[in-house]
Ligand binder design. Structure first.
Ligand SMILES: Nc1ncnc2c1ncn2[C@@H]1O[C@H](COP(=O)(O)OP(=O)(O)OP(=O)(O)O)[C@@H](O)[C@H]1O
Ligand SMILES: Nc1ccn([C@@H]2O[C@H](COP(=O)(O)O)[C@@H](O)[C@H]2O)c(=O)n1
Length: 214
């Protein structure tokens, strides 16, 4: 079984994807980490004339060894850098096969990101699109950063999240929209456990429908 989980920044899709993977015994890939790793690899070259070339080279050279420094990868700077490299078509193309190979591994997988249900795995068995309002997402991200000792300016964080979402949605190479066959799950009013229960219920219902339809 392949489950695609897409949604905007800090909507909780990574938490849900990890929970679904544990529930169904599937492997999990947070595809945002791939873009974050490429972003960090070209940090300091944002205004250089060869920025795109460097980003494409970094994407082509990416492997699992670049995904280990989770503290740096999950920081705010990496998130902004990721959304800058994510608008480069060749960067996305370079990482597409890695994601598809992961998805099609024996035993199944859950992938979360922006374009999993639309571009990376249009053939996924179940597609979820996770939403939550901007204020809830900002508050979740603020608490996450504070829990690891960072000082948070909530006003700046809110605008960072909005700016990143706007860039992601306007990305002509991005595929960041709800797939026609994705189920929308709005978690604004749901805690982590309730959101996971709702996601499991959706997956079970979609898969039961497939069995009945086959
Ligand atoms: N339903 C929820 N209620 C409250 N907090 C939540 C909920 N879902 C996730 N969180 C918390 O919000 C923070 C962000 O969640 P998570 O990393 O899963 O989001 P994300 O959509 O994967 O973010 P990004 O794509 O920007 O990396 C985490 O600290 C997580 O524990
Ligand atoms: N499938 C994806 C995943 C991520 N991106 C870009 O990376 C940024 C960081 O992603 P997070 O999920 O870790 O927040 C995100 O803002 C996108 O620009 C992507 O394009 N496609």
């Amino acid at each position: 079984m392949i489950i695609a989980v897409d949604g905007p920044a800090a909507s909780g899709k990574g938490t849900l994807a990890a929970g679904l993977a544990a529930h169904y015994g599937l492997a999990h890939l947070d595809t945002g980490l791939l873009y974050r790793a490429v972003g960090l690899a070209v940090r300091g070259h944002l205004d250089a004339p060869d920025f795109e070339v460097r980003a494409i080279e970094a994407a082509r050279a990416l492997d699992a060894a670049h995904l280990t420094n989770l503290r740096e990868l999950t920081g705010a700077e990496a998130g902004m850098l990721a959304s800058r490299v994510a608008v480069i078509g060749e960067v996305r193309a370079a990482m597409r096969q890695y994601q598809r190979d992961f998805a099609h591994r024996p035993g199944g997988a859950v992938l979360d990101g922006r374009d999993i249900g639309t571009v990376v795995c249009p053939d996924a068995d179940v597609k979820l699109f996770i939403a939550a309002d901007s204020k809830a997402r900002m508050e979740r991200r603020a608490r996450q950063l504070e829990a690891r000792g960072e000082v948070v300016d909530r006003y700046a964080l809110y605008h960072q999240i909005e700016e990143r979402d706007a860039r992601d949605m306007a990305n002509p190479h991005g595929g960041f929209y709800q797939a026609a066959d994705a189920v929308l799950l709005d978690t604004t009013q749901l805690g982590i456990e309730a959101a996971l229960q709702a996601a499991v219920a959706i997956v079970d219902k979609v898969m039961a429908g497939k069995v009945r339809g086959s």
